[in-house]
Design a protein around this ligand. Structure first.
Ligand SMILES: NC(=O)c1ccc[n+]([C@@H]2O[C@H](COP(=O)([O-])OP(=O)(O)OC[C@H]3O[C@@H](n4cnc5c(N)ncnc54)[C@H](O)[C@@H]3O)[C@@H](O)[C@H]2O)c1
Length: 474
């Protein structure tokens, strides 16, 4: 590869900083960020520092950065769900190619505007449906294309959101409220709906859906519970969602390590869980252990947004405790302003007569997707979780089973089972090879978004949505 592709970053949060930023740090020969727009000062300055961006190339908003002349080849747009459409239209108009976070837009109208603008400007735009780029899902796609399953008849797909992820993101966090963000079936499952569309290879014909918000509601709040966990909650010792358990004791991270079934990770989990004082002492000698002792990555990092600068780099237990006294992430999960669902099922009939069901819920013991594809020649069963991945094929004729893919937990910089970095590789490849659009382009992404909007409508209105009628809205 020749000279690195240059980029601007809009939104230096979790995705911008930790995924695309880390990619550029790991592969400086491929990608170089030359400017950043981010209103939170410490994020903006941290990103600028990490990428050697001069001060006059740092901006407080997408409006400011896009008011400049074109500064690079690509704009990475990593703002929150309701801030995708305007910066994307503006960036395309300015001549940038765009990598846009999913969901493409939180309304159908927004999706259409983006698709039209891509056509009009002839620029390249990729949507961050990272799962298509994982070895796991591309193995499934290849297995189907090879014909090993025969004709696909039915897919049963589950998005098992862990108990801690739903509490963090969809009860206390950024995606808790549909008016502030987007419907959860779009926000969380546009990936899954996109995978179903891709794997099945046909558009949807009919959709029905049920679901709602069952658990994270005020009537489930324990008697005498305060608004914030650390204000003396009577059940703090036994509550699954007690905020210091999640952000200070990092129980989610410990559980991921424990469930990886790898001895090294289990030892680390045990050290963090049962021997914190020893780990504290060891981390003074062995610097690498500081990562585990003073965890600062997801889910901890978001609790630091909006806190005073003087404590923004202090990840001690005491500081986290102080933050949790007022942070949205310190709230009792039964007393938040959340209104997105905590479980939803979607039934889909596709135009090639394949049927599929998608189940999404937030009460899983571990984070991950599971799926079963039944075809005329074989059944495929897959498990894609953050503690390991596996695909098994059960052949009908021979009665034999074959493990066709497995991957253990790895600690690297690429999340989503390697999909995050693979997506960037593929996007940059599209630019370098002058291809028209990447695999996950706006036009194809519309299909998953349409399915999500239709599922939401079906759930709310108690009706089967005929997608032909729905498409007329396009
Ligand atoms: N592809 C995936 O698998 C995946 C995974 C997680 C999140 N996402 C999506 O990525 C997007 C970003 O998520 P995140 O977790 O990084 O969120 P985040 O809140 O951590 O980051 C968003 C950043 O945008 C900044 N911002 C706010 N207003 C701005 C403005 N006017 N101009 C520039 N920046 C502004 C915020 O300060 C924040 O730092 C969301 O749409 C989310 O749904 C995608």
């Amino acid at each position: 590869m020749g000279k690195a592709i240059t980029a601007i970053l809009i939104g230096a949060g979790n995705r911008g900083m930790d995924v695309y930023g880390n990619y550029a740090i790991k592969y400086p020969e491929k990608l170089k960020f030359v400017a950043v727009a981010e209103p939170i000062k410490f994020r903006k300055e941290k990103f600028a520092h990490l990428h050697n961006i001069p001060k006059n190339r740092t901006f407080n908003s997408w409006e400011e950065i896009l008011a400049e002349h074109k500064l690079a080849d690509v704009a990475f747009i990593c703002t929150q769900d309701q801030m995708h459409v305007e910066p994307t239209l503006d960036a395309l108009d300015k001549g940038y190619n765009v990598l846009l976070e999913k969901p493409m837009a939180h309304t159908l109208e927004g999706c259409i505007k983006i698709i039209q603008k891509v056509k009009e400007t002839n620029k390249i735009l990729g949507i961050s449906h990272v799962l298509r780029y994982t070895n796991f899902f591309s193995t499934i796609k290849d297995t189907i294309l090879k014909g090993d399953l025969g004709d696909i008849i039915n897919i049963s797909h589950r998005e098992n959101i862990s108990w801690y992820h739903i509490a963090h993101s969809f009860v206390r966090g950024n995606w808790r409220n549909v008016e502030l963000s987007s419907p959860m079936i779009l926000q969380k499952c546009c990936h899954d709906l996109d995978l179903l569309f891709w794997i099945i290879g046909a558009k949807s014909r009919k959709i029905s859906s049920f679901g709602g918000l069952k658990h994270f509601i005020p009537s489930n709040a324990p008697n005498g519970s305060p608004n914030f966990c650390v204000e003396g909650c009577p059940i703090e010792k036994t509550c699954l969602y007690y905020a210091p358990r999640i952000y200070i004791d990092i129980v989610p991270i410990i559980q991921i390590l424990e469930k990886s079934n790898q001895l090294g990770f289990k030892i680390l989990a045990n050290l963090r869980k049962k021997h914190v004082r020893l780990l504290t002492a060891l981390s003074k000698l062995v610097k690498i252990l500081q990562r585990l002792r003073y965890w600062r990555e997801w889910p901890v990092e978001p609790i630091y947004s909006g806190i005073p600068e003087e404590i923004s780099e202090d990840y001690s237990d005491e500081t986290k405790m102080r933050i949790l006294k007022t942070s949205p992430y310190g709230r009792c999960v039964y007393k938040c302003d959340n209104n997105v669902v905590d479980h939803q099922v979607v039934n889909i009939e596709f135009e090639n007569n394949v049927t599929a069901s998608l189940i999404m819920h937030g009460f899983s013991e571990r984070e991950g997707r599971t799926l079963r594809i039944d075809g005329t020649k074989a059944t495929l069963v897959g498990k894609f979780s953050d503690s390991g991945q596996e695909i098994t094929l059960f052949d009908h004729f021979s009665g034999k089973k074959h493990k066709i893919f497995s991957q253990k937990l790895t600690i690297n910089n690429s999340g989503h089972g390697g999909g995050d970095f693979a997506l960037v590789d593929a996007f940059l490849g599209t630019l370098l090879q002058n291809e028209s659009q990447p695999l996950t382009n706006a036009h194809d992404s519309l299909e998953s978004h349409l399915m999500a909007f239709a599922a939401n409508e079906s759930r709310l209105q108690g009706k089967v949505v005929n997608m032909d009628d729905y498409r007329k809205l396009e």
